[in-house]
Design a protein around this ligand. Structure first.
Ligand code: BGC
Length: 761
């Protein structure tokens, strides 16, 4: 854990240069706008620890799988989010000295992420090795108003000298991925050009042939007037720049505005990329930094109106939740149904920027409650569009007749993860797609989603369970063998309760969906029957038989659900009895030792209880929580939030708050020692759920919002906003009262601590 960032309600602040934490800061201070983003690397050269990373949404490379021992069924590739051409550099040479903070005496260094306006601000003074002293003030943003534009304002003032300055303003597509199986470079050049005032590189990914055209223009000003300087242009492979030589005059700031346009062939015809890039740059330059920034800040102001959570009385907690919301919002804006939410967003390469079950199980509720329904719907439609690939994935593993097996990790619907215990065994993820539909329908009331898209997906998923569950003569029940549950510290187990429960539920939900579509839209139903070759009676009878006769491991003595067959054969040790030097287990113990132990990586039985809470009485929830939580090491960032929500329900307020701190400041305080690789975007959605579903006790039952709020002792008050069925509701909870205000829309009845309350304006 590192606590070098200052607490502030709206800003993340780093005071003083921390070279050893620089890569952590680069992740934390990252910027994005749903279409692109980049780590908070410096504009000028830096020879210290750094990891340069720019990313463009949806642009990936299928890196050939590398494993020691090939197993049939492995995907051919692992999709990597690509480190994309970089546009942020402003390289500075004063006389013959390069500005490199690793080689200067640095004072008054301050890096600030202004989350309210989406601005990265950095200021410092630096003394170069030859004694020249400068001050720098740089601001940059990725426009939320126009996802293809980025802009920088870089001001440099010589404090004790006048001398020539050389500015290099490049576009550089000669970038590498740190995460690459064969140390390949993934970009090839399509075209490049550099003329005075402009540099453009159009680059194409190998194999996937995505093109990204990156162009820059700039304006250099002294005393508010543009100057031209002495300009030369350079072209190298995958690289174009302008080099400008001018004078630095003691005490007079020189201001460089660098504008960038970043276009993807996902959104522009390939033969028009350069033309469109130039047009976009022209617009950006004409608008100027201040106007571009004002437009961008306006979008942020609107976003915050929709989704801000306030916490009074605890600045660290307030900063934590806003940071989580900020990162989530700049990762996914919901405008493009081809895009999804990578577990690291635009903050790093790890996890390939691909789509995981994280989206459906963790992120969806945030977008459902804080944005118009279209946004969450787009996340569902994304999976609908991948149905064909999910059917192919299932076929590759030997399933047939339209069974759909959604991937654990994907960019385009194909599975691209290649650890057998995850790729083949973590089958519960295919039902996360079904659960997300239920969540969406419960929240929005838009049951017709089933008619348009949902049923077709459910038929595919139900067919998968139909073939994956097997009848056990011995038990007289259906069993699901050889799986890994959400707790990845157990592999190849039989009858993981979570998996069996979710499979059986999916089969019931699919039958309900069949009935609904058949009754409400017989014409569409007939189309779907033909399209999917659905044999309703035979298939649904079998689905019913399986869901009615599923086997669930249970310990009658302790009256607890068993995580899987044989769980009680393990030595049951509590995490608190582990030696501190054994933690984290995934870094200290052999895999074999972890698998044999009782220790749980992340919520598993408790994940099921969280998703299907209303199926269990409070005593059952308590017994299972009390049994499993003490054995849980929470070594996945997805774990603490589920425990906040259940602990809140059980009235374990202190524990709920402890878990909350762990999730909300996970990256800000680098709890897991891995923030330098990127931020944990999924757990950020979990943080939001912790406040709203945990402390606020928000649920939707039978189309109605329910709340059972409590307030952690450490807080004076907290509030959140929900978009719910054409209404905007603000809930404010303080120690002595709860206010529920209808800010927009028709009157609405909500349930507060079990009692109806009519909300009117
Ligand atoms: C978790 C998975 C999760 C993945 C990506 C893993 O550590 O165990 O459940 O999908 O991280 O966030």
């Amino acid at each position: 854990m590192k606590q070098y960032l200052k607490h502030h309600e709206w800003h993340i602040i780093e005071d003083g240069l921390n070279p050893h934490y620089n890569k952590i800061s680069e992740s934390v201070f990252s910027l994005g706008n749903g279409r692109m983003g980049q780590r908070a690397t410096f504009e000028e050269d830096y020879s210290g620890e750094t990891h340069q990373g720019s990313y463009v949404a949806g642009v990936y490379y299928p890196d050939k799988t590398r494993v020691g021992w090939w197993k049939n069924g492995y995907p051919e590739y692992f999709a990597k989010v690509l480190n994309a051409p970089s546009w942020i550099e402003i390289k500075i040479k004063i006389g013959d000295q390069t500005l490199d903070l690793a080689k200067c005496k640095v004072e008054k260094f301050r890096r600030v992420l202004d989350m309210q306006q989406g601005l990265l601000h950095r200021a410092f003074t630096a003394t170069l090795p030859d004694g020249k002293k400068i001050s720098v003030d740089s601001k940059r943003f990725c426009s939320m108003a126009d996802g293809e534009i980025g802009a920088i304002r870089y001001e440099i003032t010589p404090l004790n000298f006048s001398a020539p300055i050389t500015l290099t303003l490049p576009v550089d597509a000669d970038v590498v991925n740190k995460d690459s199986n064969y140390d390949e470079k993934f970009w090839e050049e399509v075209s490049k050009e550099a003329t005075p005032g402009l540099a453009i590189v159009n680059a194409q990914t190998k194999k996937t042939l995505f093109q990204v055209c990156t162009g820059i223009q700039y304006d250099i000003q002294r005393n508010g007037k543009s100057i031209t300087g002495n300009v030369t242009t350079n072209l190298r492979e995958k690289y174009a720049d302008n080099v400008v030589v001018t004078d630095l005059q003691e005490g007079t700031p020189l201001v460089i505005f660098k504008y960038a346009a970043i276009l993807s062939s996902e959104n522009h015809p390939k033969d028009q990329m350069v033309k469109h890039c130039k047009a976009k740059l022209k617009e950006a330059v004409a608008a100027g930094f201040d106007k571009l920034f004002a437009d961008h800040a306006k979008v942020w102001a609107h976003k915050w109106e929709e989704c801000d959570v306030t916490i009074e009385g605890d600045v660290a907690a307030q900063q934590g939740i806003r940071f989580n919301i900020f990162q989530l919002t700049q990762t996914y804006t919901g405008e493009d149904e081809r895009l999804n939410i990578g577990p690291k967003g635009f903050t790093g390469e790890k996890y390939g920027g691909s789509t995981y079950w994280d989206t459906e199980a963790y992120c969806l509720p945030f977008f459902l409650s804080t944005a118009e329904p279209k946004v969450a719907r787009n996340l569902l439609v994304y999976r609908y569009k991948h149905l064909g690939k999910a059917i192919e994935n299932a076929q590759k593993l030997g399933f047939k007749d339209g069974a759909a097996f959604y991937p654990f990790v994907t960019m385009n619907g194909e599975e691209c993860h290649n650890e057998w215990e995850i790729t083949f065994e973590e089958i519960h993820r295919t039902s996360a797609m079904a659960y997300a539909m239920r969540d969406y329908i419960d929240y929005t009331g838009d049951k017709d989603y089933l008619t348009e898209f949902g049923l077709e997906v459910l038929i595919g998923i139900a067919r998968f369970w139909n073939q994956r569950a097997t009848w056990s003569e011995d038990k007289g029940k259906y069993v699901v063998l050889g799986v890994t549950g959400p707790n990845e510290y157990e592999n190849n187990v039989n009858n993981n309760w979570y998996t069996n429960y979710l499979g059986a539920w999916t089969l019931r939900f699919a039958r309900e969906a069949v009935d609904y579509v058949k009754t409400s839209n017989p014409k569409r139903y007939a189309e779907l029957v033909t399209k999917t070759k659905f044999e309703e009676k035979a298939e649904t009878d079998r689905w019913k038989h399986i869901s009615d006769n599923m086997y669930y491991p249970y310990d009658a003595k302790r009256k607890v659900i068993l995580q899987q067959d044989g769980f009680l054969d393990k030595e049951l040790i509590r995490v608190k009895d582990l030696k501190p030097e054994d933690r984290p287990l995934n870094q200290k113990w052999s895999w074999d030792r972890i698998l044999r132990s009782c220790f749980i990586k992340q919520a598993d039985v408790l994940q099921g209880i969280f998703l299907f809470e209303d199926d269990f009485d409070l005593d059952t929830i308590r017994r299972n929580f009390d049994f499993y939580e003490p054995m849980t090491v929470h070594e996945s960032s997805l774990s603490p939030c589920v425990h906040v929500i259940l602990a809140s329900k059980l009235g374990y307020k202190e524990q709920a708050y402890e878990f909350y701190l762990r999730t909300s400041r996970l990256d800000l305080d680098d709890y897991n020692n891995d923030t330098e690789e990127g931020c944990h975007i999924t757990s950020m959605a979990g943080t939001w759920m912790s406040v709203v579903k945990g402390f606020g006790g928000m649920r939707v039952r039978d189309g109605k919002l329910h709340f059972t709020p409590f307030i952690p002792d450490q807080w004076k008050s907290y509030s959140f906003r929900l978009e719910f069925r054409d209404r905007v509701i603000k809930v404010k909870i303080s120690s002595d009262k709860t206010e529920t205000i209808l800010e927009h829309g028709e009157p609405l009845e909500v349930m507060m601590n079990g009692k109806p309350v009519l909300l009117k304006k």
